[in-house]
Write a new protein. Structure first.
Length: 182
């Protein structure tokens, strides 16, 4: 268990660092600093250490073995960069994910893909992962379209062109706010 705790802590710290770097480039450094602090809470940290796998999310491993993950329920309910945070089954039109959390979501998914895939990472992997899992979340269609567009552009244009404040604000405005301004 001690070995898993150390490995999990190292993985979390590498992930947080990668998210911070991406958030900084996108003009939201505070979101990078505050990112995933709940992972250090006992409910999240110890379940994640127990089910640590190294090549994929320990929460997914836990859900497969136990049927649910208390750490995931805790995590998604406290971190607004997760699309699941914005899901309200009673709401006919899900709310638009605010700009800073939508960008943090992109930074999070990109960093997670890089950390888990290591040297084999390509931008296409992040896009494929989002299209396989992220699009299944019943959240605002414009928020999903924004994230999909960013990952598509990452594949086509590269990080230097996409991971910056100007690109993010323009793309969010075009996709998420276009009808609201008319």
């Amino acid at each position: 268990m001690i070995r898993n705790i150390c490995k999990h802590l190292w993985l979390v710290m590498r992930h947080k660092h990668a998210v911070f770097v991406h958030c900084f480039k996108c003009g939201i450094p505070l979101r990078g600093i505050l990112h995933d602090l709940s992972k250090f809470s006992p409910v999240e940290f110890f379940e994640s250490a127990k089910y640590f796998h190294g090549g994929r999310s320990p929460l997914a491993v836990c859900r497969e073995e136990r049927g649910l993950s208390l750490a995931w329920l805790h995590h998604k309910g406290r971190n607004r960069h997760h699309l699941e945070y914005w899901v309200d089954e009673d709401c006919k039109i899900p709310p638009l994910v605010p700009y800073k959390f939508a960008v943090e979501c992109v930074c999070d998914k990109l960093a997670a893909t890089k950390i888990y895939r290591g040297k084999s990472y390509t931008p296409e992997m992040a896009l494929a992962h989002f299209r396989r899992y992220g699009n299944k979340v019943h959240t605002n269609e414009r928020s999903l379209a924004f994230i999909d567009k960013v990952f598509s552009d990452l594949c086509e244009l590269g990080e230097k062109e996409v991971l910056n404040k100007k690109y993010m604000k323009r793309t969010y405005r075009e996709i998420c706010l276009s009808d609201k301004e008319n």
